[in-house]
Design a protein around this ligand. Structure first.
Ligand SMILES: [Zn+2]
Length: 85
C-alpha cells in the first residue's frame, strides 16, 4: 500500500499467488499513456528488486529465468521444464 501511494501513476498494486498485478491511472492521450507506463514499470521493478522479489515460474515456482507465454487468454511466465510440459 505504501508503494501504491508513493506513485502518482499507479492506481492499484497487489499480489495474487505468484503474480504481481499493477493497474495504472487512466491518461488522456497516447503520449501521457507511454510516459505513465514507462514510469510505472521502472518504479515497480525497482520496488520489487529492493524488496527481494525475483523472477520465478508461474506453475512450479522455481527461481529461474522464465519465458512469457499466453494460453487460454491468460499470460504466464514459465521455466523451461514447464514450458516443455
Ligand atoms: Zn516451472
Amino acid at each position: 500500500k505504501g508503494f501504491q501511494k508513493s506513485s502518482k501513476k499507479i492506481a492499484s498494486f497487489g499480489q495474487k499467488n505468484l503474480d504481481i498485478r499493477v493497474s495504472l491511472k487512466a491518461q488522456s492521450n497516447a503520449e501521457k499513456c507511454k510516459d505513465t507506463l514507462n514510469e510505472a514499470l521502472a518504479a515497480t521493478t525497482t520496488f520489487l528488486r529492493t524488496n527481494s522479489y525475483s523472477p520465478c515460474c508461474d506453475l512450479c515456482g522455481q527461481n529461474v529465468e522464465t519465458g512469457a507465454f499466453r494460453m487460454g487468454g491468460e499470460y504466464y511466465h514459465l521455466c523451461p521444464d514447464c514450458e516443455t510440459k
